[in-house]
Design a protein around this ligand. Structure first.
Ligand SMILES: [Zn+2]
Ligand SMILES: [Zn+2]
Length: 351
């Protein structure tokens, strides 16, 4: 606990640095005002006189409700008029207040920093130009021209998938119903974690080794004195310590496993087949498969059709089409194609 003497400035005559505990201005004799502001000079020395310390610690000065004289907390009667100090008479006290030093050095970061207007404007203009270019290109690409073409090739890709009831080989930890066992063997079912001693390791630890008293603020005692405010701050030390860590071993557990044959519905495919011409072939004939309802089910077929055609400039196009146009076309038949007027890329065949 350190007690120091504060000071106050007289607002009546402008005198600076009246001694804190003095209730009258040393220059003009004006009384210390009710709203006096005490301050602590940086070089104020610590008070060691016990009587002064006791005075400082006795509490804030009180203001006589009758004559406004400021009295020490020790005084039970007003030194000027003899008025008694009791709460019910409405005697007010000077204010005590604590001030803490600012311990955060971090500067404030402004969250509303925006890029400068110039850059923003340039970006906007740039984005606008790109958007405009896209709109023009998109507009141009909607322009279409129909071109006479000749079909040179009809092609397809067929796809076939189905489920087949088959005898398959499987392995499992038990023999299912209806399965016929082929063999049994021992296999690793799982691993057991078995303790296998300890290893010594080191780690860094933060150890509290004591406390340090740090001055964090000052208290205006409301009587011309100030008291330092301290806080106990823990002091840590980094140490390396050894510790034991348990280690484990993985031990395999073997069990009997079955290898067996069993009848199951198995997904087959999808099988893809590419071909030319109008006779669409699949990996297996779907009609034949349909004739085996006991062993085949869920037959799925799909065909992707495409037409290759040449225009009178000698450009060749190849596009996937719907089944309708494919089925009514044949090699050397005429077909109309739609292309982009400006960019000449192929769009679609005309049905
Ligand atoms: Zn004065
Ligand atoms: Zn008085």
């Amino acid at each position: 606990m350190s007690i120091r003497e504060g000071k106050w400035d007289c607002k009546t005559c402008g005198q600076k640095g009246n001694r804190g505990p003095n209730t009258y201005c040393g220059a003009c004799g004006s009384p210390r005002p009710d709203n006096v502001e005490f301050y602590l000079p940086d070089n104020a020395e610590e008070i060691t006189d016990q009587a002064l310390i006791d005075e400082a610690m006795s509490g804030a000065d009180w203001i006589c409700s009758y004559c406004s004289t400021q009295n020490n907390a020790f005084d039970s009667y007003c030194v000027a008029c003899g008025n008694k100090t009791t709460e019910d008479q409405g005697n007010k006290k000077l204010q005590e207040k604590e001030t803490y030093f600012d311990q955060s050095d971090s500067p404030e970061i402004s969250s509303n920093q925006k890029p400068s207007k110039g850059i923003f404007k340039k970006l906007l203009i740039g984005a606008g130009t790109i958007a405009a270019a896209f709109i023009i290109l998109a507009g141009l690409s909607t322009l279409e021209t129909d071109v006479d073409m000749k079909v040179t090739k009809l092609s397809y890709e067929s796809s076939l998938a189905f489920e087949e009831y088959k005898n398959i080989r499987e392995e499992s930890w038990s023999l299912p119903q209806g399965a016929s066992a082929v063999s049994t063997f021992r296999a690793i079912h799982h691993y057991n974690k078995v303790p296998d001693g300890y290893v010594t390791k080191t780690r860094n630890v933060k150890v509290k080794v004591g406390e340090r008293k740090v001055k964090v603020g000052k208290k205006d005692m409301g009587n011309g004195y100030f008291k330092d405010i301290y806080k106990n701050v823990p002091v840590y030390e980094n140490r390396t310590e050894k510790y034991q860590e348990q280690v484990f071993r993985q031990v395999p557990v073997f069990m009997t496993k079955y290898r067996y044959n069993i009848m199951k519905w198995v997904t087959m495919g999808p099988y893809k087949t590419k071909g030319e011409g109008k006779n669409i072939l699949f990996k297996e004939n779907p009609d034949t498969l349909k004739g085996r309802p006991d062993t085949v089910r869920n037959i799925k077929t799909d065909v992707v059709y495409s037409i290759t055609a040449t225009d009178n400039r000698g450009n060749t196009y190849n596009e996937n089409v719907g089944s309708k146009i494919w089925l009514k076309s044949s090699v050397n038949s005429n077909i109309k194609g739609t292309i982009s007027t400006v960019f000449r890329y192929f769009k679609r065949y005309k049905e």
